[in-house]
Every structure is written in structure tokens, then in C-alpha cells.
Design a protein around this ligand. Structure first.
Ligand SMILES: [Zn+2]
Length: 277
């Protein structure tokens, strides 16, 4: 498990006092607040195929995004460009996501890390409290007869297994990694931090409700990966952190409000009430 940051107990106590917006968290769905400003995302150039570079960063397997793919909408303050993506998983297909939903840990979680479009490096973006936007996706195990479309896993096994250096990945697009856009309208939003050192509190988190399907065999393959020191790369997640009074928002308010507004209008008409606006 990733402990972050690795310091003495005394230092950790003082950090815990000042750092109150840490990630990941457990999301209690009945305590989330519907926010109709959480509109659909706009994904620009998510379809472009690129050859990413796989890096075993000692916490996970990370793939750099060398092209300009951006997200906007979803009540983000500006547009953000993709920098890298990586995964968090457990051991042999067991629990492994970082965020939990109503206490449930999914087997794996994908993070696509973005920074505000005008920044040129992540370090600078992290000095801005809203500099980074991470899109998080959960995986669920399904019984599947089809072969995984992505070649990511095979590549992980071949390339990143024992190596410290960078390895080139077969051609891939960000859109290939995630569910189709129409399945990305329901999500959770909160303000948090990176989940790897130094756990900087500069992240706008978005966690999509619909999980990505994966077969158990595909999931187990991740347990074959190794850290630099030769140890099995398993349990690559940070435990959930205290919420400290933060509100978690959820999308989808507009649809429900529109429906109930129509219903109210229908009732008002039926009762012969006039509407002032
Ligand atoms: Zn992550």
C-alpha cells in the first residue's frame, strides 16, 4: 500500500493538521449533493492514436501522453490537457481501487491525469490549487468470451515487467481506454490530492460511476508486474483518507430537475395556475 508521505509520526501529525484535503476517499452516495453544473464533459482529440511511453515509476505503471488531448465542461474552470495515465490494483484480482463507493473497493482504478492547458509541466500545475484534473474510472470483473481489445496488458507483461526504463507502447488512444462518451454523464466530484508522494492538494477529482468491464484473467495479469526492487507490484493503492468536512457532488441534477419541472408545469396547467415566468 502507498503511504504518503513517508515521514516520522510527529511530522505526520503536523501534516495531518495542515493537509485536510487528501485523496483517495470513500464516497457515501447518499451524502453526495446533486450539482447541475456538473454537465457532460467535452473530450477533444481523445480519439487520436499515439504511441505512449510506459514507465514503471515505482508506484505503478504509467503511460505518458505525447499528443494534445483535452477535456473541458463538467464545471471545470478551464480546459485541461492529458499528461499521463496509470492504474491502481490489488493482488491477484482482489480489491485494488483507491476510491471506494459506499465502502466498496473495486478491483482496479484508472487515473487519467490532466493539467490546465497553459501549463507546460506538472510541477508548475501542482502549485495551482486547481492546476490538475484527474478522471478516475473503476473496473469491474465480468465473465467475458472476447479478447481484450486493448494491447495494454500484453505490453505490460512484456515490457514493463522487469525494466526501470521507458518502453514504447503499441498505438492506443485515450478513448479506447474508457467507456463510450454517452456512458460518462454520471460522475462524482470533489477536491483532493495526488495519491502518490508528495500528495499535493491541487486536484479536481472526477470519478465516473459506470465501471469498465475486465475479465479476471486480464486483471490477474497486473499482479505479474514487478517493482524496481523485484517485488511483485501488487496493492498499488493508497488507503482512503478522512473527508474532513468536504462535500462530494454528483452529476445528473439537470435531467431530474427538468423532469420534475415539466411535471410541476403539467400539474400547474391542470389546476389552472398561471406561471409568472
Ligand atoms: Zn493514481
Amino acid at each position: 500500500k502507498i503511504k504518503c508521505p513517508s515521514v516520522s509520526k510527529a511530522a505526520l501529525r503536523s501534516i495531518n493538521k495542515t493537509r485536510r484535503n487528501q485523496s483517495p476517499i470513500n464516497i457515501v452516495t447518499r451524502k453526495t449533493l446533486r450539482d447541475e453544473r456538473l454537465t457532460r464533459f467535452r473530450f477533444d482529440n481523445y480519439q487520436q492514436i499515439f504511441r505512449g511511453t510506459i514507465k514503471n515509476n515505482g508506484h505503478s505503471v504509467q503511460v505518458g501522453v505525447p499528443i494534445l488531448s483535452t477535456i473541458s465542461g463538467g464545471n471545470l474552470p478551464t480546459s485541461y490537457k492529458a499528461v499521463q495515465f496509470h492504474l491502481h490494483w490489488g493482488s491477484n484480482g482482489g480489491p485494488g481501487s483507491e476510491h471506494t463507493i459506499d465502502g466498496e473497493q473495486y478491483p482496479m482504478e484508472l487515473h487519467i491525469v490532466h493539467m490546465k492547458h497553459h501549463y507546460t509541466d506538472l510541477t508548475t500545475a501542482l502549485s495551482d490549487p486547481q492546476g490538475v484534473a484527474v478522471l478516475g474510472f473503476f473496473y469491474e470483473v465480468i465473465i467475458s468470451m472476447t479478447v481484450w481489445k486493448s494491447n495494454l496488458r500484453a505490453h505490460h507483461r512484456r515490457s514493463a515487467k522487469h525494466q526501470n526504463g521507458n518502453t514504447s507502447l503499441h498505438s492506443i488512444s485515450l478513448a479506447q481506454l474508457i467507456p463510450p462518451e454517452h456512458n460518462l454523464t454520471t460522475y462524482y466530484r470533489y477536491k483532493g490530492s495526488l495519491t502518490t508522494p508528495g500528495c499535493t492538494e491541487a486536484v479536481i477529482w472526477t470519478l465516473f460511476e459506470n465501471p469498465i468491464p475486465l475479465s479476471m484473467e486480464q486483471l490477474r495479469a497486473f499482479s505479474e508486474l514487478k517493482f524496481h526492487n523485484g517485488k511483485q507490484m501488487v496493492g498499488t493503492f493508497r488507503p482512503v483518507q478522512p473527508l474532513n468536512g468536504r462535500q462530494v457532488f454528483r452529476s445528473g441534477g439537470a435531467v431530474v430537475l427538468a423532469t420534475s419541472a415539466l411535471l410541476l408545469a403539467a400539474i400547474a396547467t391542470a389546476l389552472g395556475l398561471s406561471q409568472t415566468n
